[in-house]
Design a protein around this ligand. Structure first.
Ligand SMILES: [Zn+2]
Length: 81
């Protein structure tokens, strides 16, 4: 049985989660949270898609304006969580 975690922890660990840098135990704790928490699950999907877009274009310059817009969108999503 994994320890339940709150939204702050889930979002804080989201980057490591997506990078696959967490232990199996932490991964399942976050996955469990994401399964039951729509705002955090939305953030996970958003971050995941963002990474795919960036990976696709990794040889290209990402305009600062786009990076700023994405950062603002993530911040907004976290505030609404
Ligand atoms: Zn949550």
């Amino acid at each position: 049985m994994t320890q339940p975690i709150d939204c702050g922890t889930a979002l804080h660990e989201l980057y490591e989660f997506l990078d696959g840098e967490l232990t199996e135990e932490k991964r399942s704790a976050i996955e469990e949270h994401l399964d039951h928490c729509a705002p955090c699950d939305g953030a996970r999907k958003f971050e995941g898609e963002l990474r795919i877009v960036i990976a696709d274009r990794c040889q290209e310059e990402v305009p600062d304006e786009l990076v700023d817009r994405i950062k603002a969108a993530i911040l907004l999503a976290k505030e609404q969580a």
